[in-house]
Design a protein around this ligand. Sequence first.
Ligand code: ZN
Ligand code: ZN
Length: 141
Amino acid sequence: MPPAADFRQMLRDVSLRVTAPRLAVLSAVHQHPHTDTDSIIGLVRDELGTVSHQAVYDVLRALTTAGLLRRIEPPGSVARYEARVGDNHHHVVCRSCGTIADVDCAVGYAPCLTASEAHGFVIDEAEVVYRGLCPDCSVRS
Ligand SMILES: [Zn+2]
Ligand SMILES: [Zn+2]
C-alpha cells in the first residue's frame, strides 16, 4: 500500500482537496480491495471516530468520479470499491461465500470479448464476471 503522503498526492493530482475522510477512505480501499460500503464506513470510523454514512458515500462518489476508485457491482452483490483502476481486469466471485478476486483481462485490453453482433455500436467494454467456488468453499463441499 502506498504511504499516506502518496494518498495526499493522489488527491492533489485529481484536484481534490485533501481531507481526513478522503484519506481514510482511500487507505481503507487500498488495504481491503473489493470492500462494500458498510465495511468501508466501519474502517473509516475505526480510524477517525464519528463519520456520517452520508460523508462516506459522498467521498466514495467523489473518488470514483475522479478515477481514484472503481465501483464494481457483481450481479447479486452490493456495490464494492477497489483501488485498482485504469486496467480492464475482471473478477471471479465465489458462488458460496461471495469472496471476490481479481482476474487479469483475458486479452489485455477492453472490451476483452468481441461481440458476435455489434448492432452498429462502437463497443468499448464487456463486463465479465467469472463464478465458481473459492478454495475454502470447494474443499468444504
Ligand atoms: Zn467461497
Ligand atoms: Zn478488482
